[in-house]
Design a protein around this ligand. Structure first.
Ligand code: SIN
Ligand code: FE2
Length: 206
């Protein structure tokens, strides 16, 4: 485990938080999640335009998006099955990086191929905003952009590499953030290439 770098108030980056063995173990657990809760292509509210990432979830709740809007729900949008449980390894990361926060209820899993992006947005579909967002990255490096709580303000960019953790909490909880690009081919963790990002969230009021 490494020291945190405070990128902006409440935005903390933990380079190399997971060692290689930890990344491999988590990768294998996430593969098992994909087997139970297949990746789906989320769509933009109203327009139905597909996202460039594919998604799945684990935990009691999962984040989904389609023509009807963004929301959390207890079941997979295509199979109708409950989401698989959150691996203990993820709960341990939450306990370490979000001490004192109530347990996470959702872990959104984003799979990026070499051309995928994530537009600047806030994570604000949660009722409980006192708990941080805890993020882990696996596979190819991404260029992450983060700003403040209002759209259009100044932003900073930094790279998230395989094994890095990040938290958005306190004054950084509603920071705008997104992924500008993926540096394809830099990591050997995922045989098929690409990047997996996991974000754990507390959704309901504790
Ligand atoms: C997200 O904001 O949902 C994903 C961020 C990331 O991929 O690092
Ligand atoms: Fe986000």
């Amino acid at each position: 485990m490494s020291a945190a770098v405070e990128i902006a108030p409440g935005v903390r980056h933990y380079p190399a938080y997971l060692d290689r063995a930890g990344q491999e173990a988590l990768r294998d657990e996430i593969r098992a999640v994909f087997a139970a809760a297949p990746l789906f292509v989320p769509r933009m509210p109203r327009t139905g335009k597909p996202f460039s990432v594919r998604m799945s979830n684990c935990g009691p709740l999962g984040w989904v998006s389609d023509e009807k809007g963004y929301r959390y729900q207890a079941t997979h949008p295509e199979t109708g099955a409950p989401w698989p449980p959150m691996p203990a390894r993820l709960l341990a990361v939450w306990a370490a990086l979000a001490p004192g926060a109530p347990p996470p209820e959702a872990c959104l899993i984003n799979l990026y191929d070499a051309t995928a992006r994530m537009a600047l947005h806030q994570d604000r579909d949660e009722e409980e905003l006192s708990a941080p967002i805890v993020s882990l990255s696996l596979g190819d490096t991404a260029l992450f952009r983060v700003g403040g709580p209002t759209r259009g303000g100044p932003t900073r960019s930094f790279r998230l590499a395989s094994g890095d953790a990040m938290t958005l909490g306190g004054p950084g909880r509603l920071a705008f953030h997104g992924i500008d690009r993926i540096y394809a081919g830099g990591s050997t963790l995922l045989a098929e290439g690409g990047r997996i990002n996991l974000t754990m969230r507390r959704v309901s009021k504790a």
